[in-house]
Design a protein around this ligand. Structure first.
Ligand code: AMP
Length: 543
C-alpha cells in the first residue's frame, strides 16, 4: 500500500475552538444568563477561559478519561466546559436537569462523575442529590463568589469564577488518540435505566464537519445561530462544534425558553438559524400569532427529535418565511442521521408536492448509511411504500453502550434504531413510527405519526398524540388525545369528520379524548409511554 503524505493530525475537539479563536476571533458568543442579564464575548475570550478551566480541572486532579458532569442551561460557561473538559482529555458528561432526582443520581453514579458543574439555579436540586452521588469530589457552581450560598449542605462546593481566576490560561491542549472518549450522554430511558453513549473526539469532529454541510444545517460565518435545543440533549445536536468551525455568531437562550423570551432574543441578536424539538416552536409560533409579530432576521430552522407536524412546517414557511429543515437522528447517532430538503428536479413541482418531500425525515448525510429490513432481517426495497425496521451505520453511530450496558447492540454491524420507516427511490427516508408506538390492529400496523399530523392540521388543535388502547377484537385500536387551542371549540365528531378521506377507514381513531396538556419529557418530547399508562383501561366505544 502506498501511503499518503499528508500531516498526521488527530481530529481533536480542542482544534475546533483553536480554529474559531484564531480565524474568527471576533465572532461573538451572546448568552442570556441565569443571572438575568445578557453576557457577550468572543471566541477568542472563550478559548482563554476554556484553558483556565482546563488548568483548574488539572489542579483539582481530574485526569484523562475521567468524567466531569454538567447540569446547566445553554450558555457561555457551559460552552467553556465543553471545550475545557474534552480538550484536556477528560470526558464531558452533560446531564438533563429535568430528570427525576433519583435518575440524576443514578446517572451520576453510573458515569462515576468526579466533579459536577451546575447553574446556581439548580442549588436545591444539587443539595437533594449530593448525598446520593458517591463519586463526586466537588460541586462547581457556575457563577461568581456573589452567587455562593451563605449556608449549604453541599460538601466541597467550589466557585467557578474563583477557580478560573486562580489560573493563568497558559495551557497547551494535550494531543492524544482521536478515538479517545470526549463526551457522554445518556439515552432518555423510557424503558429501564438510561444507557450511556460515549462519543469520541473523532466521531464528534466528523459529525461537526458533516452537519455544517449545505444539505444538512448549512451553517456559515454569515449566520447567527441560536441553539434552542439544550446542550444536555445530545450535545445540542452538535451545534457547539459545528457553529464555531463555521465562524458563525452563537446566541444562547439560557433558561428562558418561552415564546416571548426566545422571540425577543432572536430579534435583538439578529438570529438567522435555530434548532429545536417541535414543542419549543409551538410556544414561539403561538406567541408570534397572538401578538401579530413577524421575524426580521430568522430564516432557517431545523426541527427534529420527534416528527415535525406538517401544519407547523406550513405555518413557519408560509406565514413566517422560515425555511424548515426536518432532521432525524438519535442519541446513539451523535445525533444527526438525515435531513430534509429538495433535489433540483423537485423545484418545478407544485407546492403541495414539495411539502410532502420536505415533510419526510430526509436524506442520509454522508457518513451515515441506512437500510430498512423485514422481520426476518431481509432488506426491503427503496420504493417509498415498503416499511420496515430502520438500521444505520457510520463513524458517529454507537457500536455499544457505556460499560457494556445492554450487551451486543449491533445486528451484523448495523445499529437498530427502533424506528419503522420507508425509503423512496431518491433516498428520502420517512418514519412511520417508533416500533414501540406502532398500533397493532388485527395483525396490521397503524402508524401514529400520520394520524397525529392529520389531527394537528385541524385549525382548533394545538397538540395531538395517538396511542394504541387494547381492544377485545382487534388487539389494539387508536385513541387520539388532543389539546385544543385556547378558546377553541371542537367536538369529537368534528375532529373525526376531519379525518374523512385522509386515511384508510380502518386507520380512523376509535375515539378522541380532550386533555389540558400532554405529558412532555425532559427533552421536550411527548411521552407516549405515560399516555399509554394513563389510558390503559380506557373503554373504547367500539370495544
Ligand atoms: P433520542 O435519542 O431521545 O433523541 O430519541 C431518538 C428518537 O426520536 C428516534 O429514534 C426517533 O424515534 C425519534 N425522532 C427523532 N427525530 C425524529 C423525527 N424528525 N421524526 C420522527 N421521529 C424522530
Amino acid at each position: 500500500m502506498l501511503m499518503g503524505q499528508m500531516m498526521d493530525q488527530p481530529l481533536l475537539i480542542s482544534t475546533i475552538l483553536d480554529f474559531a479563536a484564531r480565524h474568527y476571533a471576533r465572532s461573538e458568543i451572546v448568552s442570556q444568563r441565569v443571572e438575568g442579564d445578557v453576557h457577550r464575548y468572543t471566541f477568542h475570550d472563550c478559548r482563554r477561559r476554556a484553558m483556565q478551566l482546563a488548568q483548574a480541572l488539572q489542579a483539582l486532579g481530574v485526569s484523562a478519561g475521567e468524567r466531569v458532569g454538567t447540569l446547566a442551561w445553554n450558555g457561555y460557561r457551559h460552552l467553556e466546559a465543553y471545550y475545557a473538559v474534552s480538550g484536556s482529555g477528560a470526558v464531558l458528561h452533560t446531564i438533563n436537569p429535568r430528570l427525576h432526582p433519583e435518575q440524576l443520581a443514578y446517572i451520576c453514579n453510573h458515569a462515576e462523575d468526579q466533579y459536577l458543574l451546575f447553574d446556581f439555579c439548580f442549588l436545591p436540586l444539587i443539595e437533594a442529590i449530593a448525598p446520593h452521588c458517591r463519586t463526586v469530589k466537588g460541586w462547581i457552581l457556575l457563577g461568581g463568589p456573589e452567587r455562593m450560598p451563605a449556608a449549604t449542605t453541599i460538601p466541597h462546593l467550589l466557585c467557578y469564577e474563583d477557580l478560573l481566576d486562580a489560573q493563568s490560561g497558559d495551557y497547551v491542549w494535550p494531543v492524544f488518540d482521536e478515538n479517545a472518549a470526549a463526551t457522554l450522554c445518556y439515552t432518555s430511558g423510557t424503558t429501564g435505566n438510561p444507557k450511556g453513549v460515549l462519543y469520541s473526539h473523532r466521531s464528534t469532529v466528523l459529525h461537526a464537519y458533516a452537519s455544517a454541510l449545505p444539505n444538512v444545517l448549512n451553517v456559515s460565518s454569515r449566520d447567527a445561530v441560536m441553539p434552542v435545543v439544550p446542550m444536555f440533549h445530545v450535545n445540542a445536536w452538535g451545534l457547539p462544534y459545528s457553529v464555531p468551525l463555521s465562524g458563525a455568531k452563537m446566541v444562547f437562550p439560557g433558561p428562558a425558553l418561552d415564546g416571548k423570551s426566545v422571540y425577543e432574543l432572536m430579534e435583538k441578536e439578529r438570529v438567522t438559524f435555530s434548532a429545536g424539538v417541535p414543542t419549543v416552536w409551538l410556544g414561539l409560533i403561538n406567541y408570534c400569532v397572538q401578538n401579530q409579530l413577524k421575524f426580521t432576521s430568522f430564516r432557517r430552522t431545523v426541527i427534529g427529535g420527534s416528527a415535525c407536524p406538517p401544519a407547523m412546517m406550513n405555518t413557519l414557511i408560509d406565514d413566517f418565511g422560515v425555511e424548515v429543515i426536518h432532521g432525524w437522528g438519535m442519541t446513539e447517532m451523535s445525533p444527526l442521521g438525515t435531513t430534509g430538503g429538495l433535489l433540483s428536479k423537485h423545484l418545478a413541482l407544485p407546492k403541495a408536492e414539495q411539502r410532502k418531500i420536505l415533510q419526510k425525515q430526509g436524506h442520509a448525510i454522508y457518513g451515515v448509511d441506512m437500510k430498512i429490513v423485514d422481520e426476518l432481517g431481509k432488506e426491503l426495497p427503496w420504493d417509498g411504500a415498503s416499511s420496515g425496521s430502520l438500521l444505520v451505520k457510520g463513524p458517529w453511530i454507537a457500536a455499544s453502550y457505556f460499560k457494556g450496558e445492554g450487551g451486543d447492540v449491533l445486528e451484523d454491524g448495523w445499529f437498530p434504531t427502533g424506528d419503522v420507516a420507508s425509503i423512496d427511490p431518491d433516498g428520502f427516508m420517512q418514519i412511520t413510527d417508533r416500533a414501540k408506538d406502532v398500533i397493532k390492529s388485527g395483525g396490521e400496523w397503524i402508524g401514529t405519526i400520520d394520524l397525529e399530523n392529520i389531527a394537528m392540521a385541524h385549525p382548533a388543535v394545538m397538540q395531538a398524540a395517538c396511542i394504541g388502547v387494547s381492544h377485545p377484537k382487534w388487539d389494539e385500536r387508536p385513541l387520539l388525545v388532543v389539546v385544543r387551542k385556547p378558546g377553541q371549540d371542537l367536538s369529537r365528531e368534528q375532529l373525526l369528520a376531519h379525518f374523512d378521506g385522509k386515511v384508510a377507514k380502518w386507520w380512523l381513531p376509535d375515539d378522541v379524548v380532550f386533555a389540558d396538556a400532554l405529558p412532555v419529557g425532559g427533552t421536550g418530547k411527548v411521552q407516549k409511554n405515560k399516555l399509554r399508562e394513563q389510558y390503559r383501561d380506557y373503554q373504547l366505544p367500539s370495544a
